[in-house]
Design a protein around this ligand. Structure first.
Ligand code: ACO
Ligand code: KIV
Length: 612
């Protein structure tokens, strides 16, 4: 059947309860909820191939490592496997973790469930029955009154075989009561049945009853769910023996939003699954919820530092891949392809790093560290991702993306002008390959384009001396040569070797001085330094190596600008080689009749003899 032209013939709008004086919209989340992972129950019961005991145990350990203090381990009365798994968790699980076990309102099931967790330190028994009129009618074929009686009867029975039974006195028992299908339940009835169950259980402030509100099926917009939760919470206002909890599903794709608003509306505990696994469209995604808090400056109390490992483990155990665009965890969440995004990320990252390194900044330990990198909701490194993976360069990319890759790979903040000159080369290469360039491919292209690793064949020799005050090579007075350097080099000009000698307070100054006498204008050099990464790390990123320095030198004079990019063992040597290369190119680009670099042939020069 195709979709109807008149949807209202088949679907009725959800009847939202009225709450004109709602207070949740002006509240803020300021702390994390109590988290419960239901991966091993609601998540596992929704798998095409449920996990075997060994896999469940691996998953359990992962949850413990992440820091969950409440873990639902299964439905022990449903099968021997779930029964034995609960026993194993009791015997081998950490003593500070509450184990949660689920049972329907059936006495034989309750007895078996309690048996499965005999000897445990802390147990939450999750008891539930549906409370929506639709379920009461369709599934149970009964009335609200009868459903309430069943609920109370089984809560009282559970009490008699747990906390009232001396044989179980060493266990701390908590009841979690869920009006299943709360999202579709008259809030007044939800309050009525929960009050009755609470009375039967007799909780204390030390071990409150958990009143768990499931959006068994998500029925409406998150604001409506928040109103439902606020109405319910008001029914237990000021009652410190009650903890209001949420158990949202994601049928309308709004589970995360509904859970956040539900907390504003009064809930202090949340049940869900990692990466939103669970029945149909899943339970609420706990990773997203926790990291949403984290990026608001709130410690979620869960350690997701190694998210790639967590993701891999979950994918292997559930056989469900995490979507490439899943918040925080997907492959694509930190990847920018388009030029505008890349440029903003690069600039933002540079500014943020500068703030971190600015030791003079009195804000250094506070404001300047606040993450404000455009387009990135979180610092990838906080959750185990690398910066190198952030930007992928293709023909949609501009200078910003190239700058990012070079800054990561070569620790080099390449000047805008050389990026502009290199950008068309990158686009052509990406188009020729028909795909994105990997960071290492782009770096290699840069190194090749500017012949970075090859020594310039026009530089035949290069000697640098520090001039001493009484240096015999100095032509000036002893006092004035102190701290100067002298560069002696033999270069090929129009195929002929020429000697060039220059002095200056720095290498660049000396080269400039040596060349200026023969140029038709003053030459200026500006230099940028970096490190050439020698190896590509196993994760595809770069491992920076300090072995090789890399220098970009821009030579400008008149209206002409040329570039030299060279590597060497030391920064000093790299700068000199790059500067000479840039200067030779600058000179080469002069029309022949303007070439003034007519240096003396050096047939008799001792330097040339040394080179020979
Ligand atoms: C929303 C949730 O996720 S709730 C948890 C759901 N999880 C699971 O069901 C996984 C484990 N379940 C099982 O292994 C089985 O369903 C069992 C062992 C619990 C029960 O098996 P069966 O006795 O064969 O019943 P079945 O699976 O058909 O369940 C439906 C019956 O349970 C009843 N039922 C449903 N919820 C409850 C409840 N909370 N309390 C009591 N009975 C309930 C239904 O009304 C129906 O009763 P009927 O047979 O008299 O019509
Ligand atoms: C019964 C509750 C806890 C549940 O799993 C649901 O409604 O989805």
């Amino acid at each position: 059947m195709p979709m109807l032209s008149k949807a209202s013939d088949k679907y009725a709008a959800f009847k939202a309860p009225s709450l004109p004086d709602r207070t949740w919209p002006s509240k803020k989340l300021t702390k994390p909820p109590r988290w419960l992972s239901t991966d091993l129950r609601d998540g596992n019961q929704a798998l095409a191939s449920p996990m075997n005991p060994e896999q469940k145990w691996n998953y359990f350990q992962l949850l413990v490592d992440i820091g969950f203090k409440e873990i639902e381990v299964g439905f022990p009365a449903s099968s021997d496997m779930d029964f034995q798994f609960a026993q194993k968790c009791v015997a081998e699980g950490p003593s500070d973790v509450w184990l949660e076990v689920m049972t329907p309102c059936r006495k034989d099931f309750i007895r078996r469930t309690v048996e499965a967790v005999r000897g445990a330190k802390r147990i939450i028994v999750s008891l539930y029955i549906a409370t929506s009129d639709n379920f009461i009618d369709t599934v149970f074929n009964t009335t609200r009154e009868a459903q309430l009686r069943t609920a109370v009867e089984h809560a009282a029975y559970l009490k008699s075989v747990t906390k009232d039974d001396p044989a179980h006195k060493d266990t701390t028992w908590a009841l979690m009561w869920s009006p299943e299908t709360f999202s579709d339940t008259d809030p007044a009835f939800a309050i009525e049945i929960c009050r009755a169950v609470k009375e039967a259980w007799e909780p204390t402030p030390e071990v409150p009853i958990i009143l768990n509100l499931p959006a068994t099926v998500e029925m409406s917009t998150p604001n409506v769910f928040a109103d439902q939760v606020e109405i319910f919470s008001r029914g237990f206002a000021g009652d410190d023996s009650v903890c209001v909890s949420l158990h949202p599903h994601n049928d309308r794709g709004c589970a995360v939003a509904a859970t956040e608003l539900g907390q504003l509306a009064g809930a202090t505990r949340v049940e869900g699954c990692l990466f939103g696994n669970g029945e149909r469209t899943g339970n609420v995604d706990l990773v997203t919820l926790a990291l949403n808090l984290y990026t608001q400056g709130i410690d979620p109390g869960l350690d997701l530092s190694n998210l790639p490992h967590i993701r891999k483990t979950v994918e292997t155990l559930t056989q469900i891949p995490v979507h490439t665009r899943a918040p925080y965890a997907g492959d694509s969440v930190f990847v920018a392809y388009s030029g505008g995004h890349q440029d903003a990320i690069h600039k933002g990252f540079k500014k943020w790093t500068a703030g971190l390194n600015d030791t003079n900044n009195s804000n250094n330990n506070s404001k300047s560290q606040i993450w404000k990198v455009p387009y990135l909701a979180i610092d990838p490194r906080d959750i185990g991702a690398t910066y190198e993976a952030v930007i992928r360069v293709n023909s949609q990319s501009g200078k910003g993306g190239i700058a990012w890759v070079l800054s990561q790979a070569l620790r080099l903040e390449a000047p805008k002008a050389i990026l502009g000159a290199f950008s068309p080369v990158v686009k052509t290469e990406s188009e020729a390959k028909g795909r994105t360039l990997l960071p290492e491919e782009l770096t290699e292209l840069f190194l090749r384009q500017y012949s970075v690793r090859e020594r310039d064949p026009r530089v035949l020799s290069l000697v640098k001396r520090e001039l001493q005050p009484d240096s015999p090579t100095s032509t000036s007075s002893a006092a004035s040569t102190a701290g100067l350097v002298r560069i002696e080099t033999v270069i090929l000009v129009n195929g002929l070797p020429r000697q060039l000698v220059g002095h200056g307070t720095s290498n660049l100054e000396a080269v400039r001085f040596g060349l200026s006498a023969f140029a038709d204008c003053r030459l200026e050099f500006t230099c940028t330094l970096g490190k050439l990464a020698a190896t590509v790390a196993s994760d595809g990123g770069f491992a920076a190596s300090d072995a090789q320095a890399i220098a970009i030198v821009m030579c400008s004079g008149g209206k002409r600008v040329t570039w030299g990019v060279k590597t060497a063992d030391t920064e000093e040597e790299a700068i000199l080689l790059a500067a000479l290369s840039a200067a030779l190119d600058w000179h080469k680009e002069l029309p022949l009749h303007h070439q003034r670099l007519r240096l003396l042939p050096i047939v008799h020069s001792p330097i040339v003899q040394a080179v020979a």
